[in-house]
Design a protein around this ligand. Structure first.
Ligand SMILES: Nc1ncnc2c1ncn2[C@@H]1O[C@H](COP(=O)(O)OP(=O)(O)OP(=O)(O)O)[C@@H](O)[C@H]1O
Length: 326
């Protein structure tokens, strides 16, 4: 298989800040590669490096050429921050970007792809944050690129729009488009990516398929039992050789496969312990992220922060002028 991107020893510093620290990365043609990592890990800087919008040390080839020398017809970029003129309509924006290419797609088709047919003639400034983000995604699709860089594409987009965009990306990938995307939504990255790279402090600390990363770093499946009698439940389960940990309102039973759930329930029933909820969870990319970054919702935030974290990643980004490095 040919390689769309080959990056070797890529480094970038801003003053004393090391944004990228010797990144080696290969993305095959037709692959969907997801970049994850904490705020400030270097994801945007890496996207900028791969698209030739910031100078870096090391070596990068995109379709065998330096990023700045690649035929722009072949590459699409959705930057993280995008501040287009407010008094252009969605249609005018897509038209404008289409005008930059020799073989642009039909504007109405692009608008339909990003779900903006109904609001095509509204000014950008009057669109919601999520609708604005859809326009921005559309600008990256106008040239029907072979290689698409998307820096947090679904930020601010509502769940239905997000799913629609996932399906669009899946159909582009099925048609052979190479995609490099960043996201703080682990569900998004797990669903879309053939391979995932975790950036931390400017270094790619893990790369693999979601399945392999989960198998290596995701931990085991768990059964969470919501009960007021958590201590008694944990004791009964431990006596039956389950690995159970009690907190005031629940017991977490580690390493429970689906076929073991019935046994665990029977232990509770024989011990006369009632429960309110029973939730079985498989390890996911989110567990990989938490494990490898050393972050945990319990340690970093208050209980229930899993939902908070997902919401916070959906906040629209602050508009910022595109431009060179400061
Ligand atoms: N133009 C700049 N000038 C100075 N420092 C910068 C600049 N751009 C990025 N940095 C720094 O480089 C590091 C990597 O930033 P980058 O934006 O690549 O991270 P990120 O992983 O994309 O973060 P986020 O998830 O918050 O978008 C950070 O410490 C950031 O402060």
């Amino acid at each position: 298989m040919n390689e769309a991107v080959v990056a070797t020893g890529v480094g970038k510093t801003y003053g004393d800040t090391v944004a990228l620290d010797g990144v080696d990365l290969t993305v095959a043609e037709g692959e969907v590669f997801g970049l994850i990592g904490p705020n400030g890990a270097g994801k945007t800087t890496l996207i900028r490096a791969l698209t030739g919008t910031t100078p870096v040390t090391g070596n990068i080839e995109v379709f065998g050429a330096e990023p700045t020398a690649v035929d722009s017809e072949r590459v699409g970029l959705l930057p993280q921050s995008f501040s287009p003129p407010a008094r252009l309509t969605a249609r005018e924006m897509i038209d404008y970007y289409a005008g930059l290419y020799d073989n642009a797609r039909d504007t109405d088709a692009v608008l339909a792809d990003v779900g903006l047919t109904e609001t095509a003639d509204s000014w950008y400034e009057t669109l919601s944050g999520g609708q604005q983000r859809r326009v921005c995604v559309g600008t990256a699709l106008v040239n029907d690129p072979d290689l698409l860089f998307l820096d947090e594409p679904t930020t601010g987009i509502d769940p239905a729009g997000r799913r629609a965009l996932w399906e669009l990306l899946e159909s582009l990938a099925a048609g052979g488009t190479t995609v490099v995307l960043t996201s703080h939504s682990m569900a998004e990255v797990q669903r879309l990516s053939d391979r995932v790279g975790l950036l931390q402090d400017g270094q790619l600390v893990a790369v693999g398929t979601p399945e392999d990363l989960i198998a290596d770093h995701g931990g085991r499946s768990r059964l969470v039992i919501g009960t007021d009698a958590s201590s008694a439940a944990a004791s009964a389960l431990a006596a039956a050789d389950f690995t159970a940990t009690a907190s005031p309102s629940e017991v977490v039973v580690d390493g429970v496969s689906p076929v073991d759930i019935g046994d665990a329930v029977e232990v509770l029933s024989e011990a006369g312990i009632s429960y309110d909820t029973l939730t079985w969870t498989e390890p996911s990319l989110e567990d990989v992220y938490l494990q490898l970054t050393g972050e945990s919702f319990e340690g970093a935030m208050t209980p229930g922060a899993s939902a908070m974290a997902e919401e916070s990643s959906e906040e629209p980004t602050e508009p910022a002028a595109a431009g060179g490095d400061r």
